[in-house]
Design a protein around this ligand. Sequence first.
Ligand code: HSE
Length: 309
Amino acid sequence: MKEIKVFAPASIANLSCGYDILGVCLDKIGDEITVRKTKKKGITIKKVSGQKLSTDISINVAGVSATALLNESKVDCGFEIEIHKGIKPGSGIGSSAASSAGSVFAINKLIGEPYSNKELIKFAMQGEMAASGSKHADNVAAVLLGGFTFVRSSVENDYFKLNTPIEIAFTVIHPKIELKTKDSRAVIKDKVSIKNMIEQSANLGAFISGLYTEDYDLIRRSVKDVVIEPLRSVLIPKFEEIKSASINSGALSCGISGSGPSVFAICKGITTANKVGEAMTKVYRNLNLEYDIHISCVNDKGIRILNYE
Ligand code: HSE
C-alpha cells in the first residue's frame, strides 16, 4: 500500500455525565485524510482544504500525532498528508480529534498495522494536547474505537467500548461561533463538592447501565451534568432555550457537546432526532444566529478506509 484515504468522523465528548471519560462516534460528518508514503523521511502536510489551518507539522494536530507515531515506530520512509476538513475547528464535535486520529490511523495501515486502534489513541492524544493544552482521550477514543467509548485512564492507556442501544440517535446544533477547547477548559474549577461528586458519579454509573440494558428511561434520567455544564453553558448562546426546546420535542436529554459551543440532544429514534432538530433551529432562527445542524445515528465502526492503492 502506497497511499490511503480515510474518513475520520466527528464525535461528542463528555455526554454530560462523563467529563473527559465518555465519548460517542458520529456518522456522516468528518474529515477526509489522504496519506502517501514518500522516500523523504518525516512528515509533510501538503494541503489543507475545507478550513484555513496551518500546514506546519508542529501546529497542525494531524502532523503532531503523526510525528509522535513516527518517533516511536522508526520506519524507513516518510509520509505526505492531505486533509480535507469536514468539521469546523472549535465547534465542539471533535475537529482536532478527527484529524489527529485520521493521520495515525492512515500511517498505521501504510506500515502494515503494527498498532491496534486502541494503541493509536496515545499518539492521537498528542494532537489533542497540541490543540487544547490537555491530554484528554475522550474524542480520539470514540473516533478510533467507534460507538460509545470509555476512558478509564489515559495515563495507563486504558480505554474500552460500551454497548450501543439500537435506537439511539443524536441531534447536534452548532451555533457558528468558535469556542476554543483551551478557553472552555479555563472556566472549569479545580474542586468539586462531595455532593456534586456523588450526583455526577451516580449519573455516570446509571448511564452506562442504561446503555447495556437498553433502558432509554434510565438514559434519560442520567444524562445530566451538575459539575461542568453550569460553568460552560454561559458561553453558549441561548443554551437553556435550546435545552428546553429539545426536551419538549421528545429528546431524552440535552447537553454541551464536548467543550461546546455545539449542543447535543440524545434521542430514542431518528424521527425524534429530526423533530428535535427542527425545535432547536427555531431557537436560533429567531435570534438570526447562523448554525449548522447534524442528525446522526451512532457510528459503531468509527474511522474507516475510503480507498487505497
Ligand atoms: N472532554 C473535553 C472537554 C473534550 O470537555 O474539554 C474537548 O473536545
